[in-house]
Structures are given as C-alpha cells and as structure tokens.
Design a binder for this molecule. Sequence first.
Ligand code: DP6
Length: 360
Amino acid sequence: MPQHRFIVCSYTKSLSLGTVSWQSPSNIALVKYWGKYGEQMPMNASVSFTLKNCNTKTSLSFEKKDTEGFDFEVYLDGKREVSFEPKIKKFFERVEVYLPFLNNFKFKIETTNSFPHSSGIASSASGMSALALCLMDMERQMQPEIPDDYFVEKASFLARLGSGSACRSIEGPLIVWGEHHEVDGSSNLFGTKYPFGVHQNFKNYQDTILLVDKGEKQVSSTLGHDLMLDHPFAEQRFRQAKENLSKLIPVFKKGDLSEFIKIVESEALSLHAMMMTSRPYFILMKPNTLQIINHIWKFREETGSNICFTLDAGANVHVLYPEIEKETVLHFIKKELSKFCKNEEFIEDEAGLGAEKILD
Ligand code: DP6
C-alpha cells in the first residue's frame, strides 16, 4: 500500500518539551472535490489556487507524558475552544498510525485565523494543514534526516486525513489532488504542485471573497460528500470534473481566459447543482449570491472584463480575475457588489505560495 511509506518505525532523536508554529493558507478549488470514499479519498481529481492572505497560524506546544491516551487542549484567539476538540480527536485517531508519538505528549494547540471568525470562510483547510505541518515539524526534530519532499508530501497526506481540501494548502500557487491520467505524480493521498506550464495571465491571480452570509454552515461538507454516494448524477459529475481538469491544461498553458471562465463558473454551478439534486436536497446560495453572479455577468458583458466567480460549499462568492484588472474590478466590487455583502465586507486575496514556518 502506498501510504505505508508514511509509517515511521523508530526515531533517532528524542524530544521532551517545545513549541512549533506554522502559518498555512486557505485555498479555492477551480475544479471541485465533492464526493469521497474510504479514508478521505476523493472521487475525482481537483485543482485549486492556494490563497495568500486568508490563513491560520497555529502554535503547537508539547510536553512529554507517561500516561496513556491523547491529551490536548485547543485555543482559538487565546480562548479555550472545546467545540473544536472532537474534530481534532478524530484527526489524531486517524493519523496515529503515521505519527506514533502522538500518545506520548501533552499538547496545547493555539490557533488564530487572519479572516474574521465565522466569516463563512472554511477554516478547516488552513487549520488542518497548519496542524499537520506542526506535527511534521515535531517528526523532523525526531528524525532530522527526512528529505524536504517527504516532509511536504506527508504534511499534505496528514492534512487530508483532517479535511480533504486541506491537503491542497501546503504549497502553491496551483495544486492538484486526486489521481488524474494526464497529471503525472497526481495522487489520491496528497496534493502535488500542478506540473505543467502556466501562462503569465494566471500569475498572482486575484480572488476577492465577498462575504454574503457569515453564519454557521447549514450542511457540513462531510455530509454533503456523503450524499454523493448514492446521488443519481454522481457518475456523470465525476466524469465532468475529470474532463474539466483535462480542459484546464491547455487553458493554463495558453492563458485562455475566456475558456477558463467557462470551466470555473460551470464547476461552481455544478457543485451547487449536486447539492440541489441530492436526497435530502439543500440550497446554500442566498438571494445575494445570485445578485452578485448576475452583476458579474452584466459587468463582463458590458466591459469585456475577464472577471468570473466560483463558490465553495456556502453562500460567499469568490470573485476571480487577472492581476492586470485589479484596479477596475476592485472599483466595480466596491461600487456594485459590496452592497450584497453582510456589512459590505469582502476580503482581498490572491494566489499564494503555501504554508510557512513561523520563527520566533
Ligand atoms: C466545496 O475539504 O471541507 O470546498 O474532506 O469532509 O473535510 P472534508 O471536506 P472539505 O470539502 C471541500 C469541498 C469544497 C470543494 C473543494 O474545496 O474542492
């Protein structure tokens, strides 16, 4: 089994006390992951832009202990957050076989997000990837000879076991996750850097996130993924995603923005169409999500801009556009779109290079 290479039998150094800190970004999928099997394996390959500004900073303090079992506490913005602990416990249970030291330490996990709390932006991708990197950092201290590529791959592998999309947040700016016959090195187990040519048009691609609905998610991603298991259109959807990734390869190479827009917007709407046609069915878009989409289409038609949108599993709209259009599109967003956001709030972001270690 390929994942066996992530199992460590012994460490050469011992650790007793310390703190490691990592900062890891969120990411936005262009071809969406929706549907999984086994232990967090995707039903289709996805590709995403890693973001730059939306990130989680996590410090992991550890102290050797003699007692059995997991022992950890989670803090968000300096306050104990017990509601996060079941998810972390499940994560620890899943990764224990790959990180056999987890039982031997008492942990304090301190985390902060750069984006506003309950902004509706998924913090699981940035949060789980930051935690996975902290744990890998500990592993590297106990096994200093592990190569950099192994470190990155295993961090992505572990992050995936916390939250699927988190495996795409370790590196950037474009990451593929899931086996795809045209993408060498692609894997269901971890994200890999998009290996082909990318035109200048996509350099520092902009993503302005319009915060339409800041509430708690109505439907968890995990439940949504599960509904794909016996979804009547599942097979067709997985085939469509696979084809869309194939179609993106020449698009990235040539810098074909009009084709990019068609693929990306279709992916977003197909994702939401899956939600609307599952049993039980649900709608995550809000009236203002549709208002924004219609205004984007109108602006594109009137100005010839290459602005487009994508959506996550929620009502917020990610507005994507080339860096060269930054000034005009931001002006349009402020003037025409911000009124559809809660408290007129939006976040300016762009494609970034992935996670970084925080040195104190
Ligand atoms: C719609 O990664 O949040 O954002 O693996 O259950 O944690 P779990 O799901 P998650 O799903 C993300 C779904 C998506 C599309 C995407 O990011 O590809």
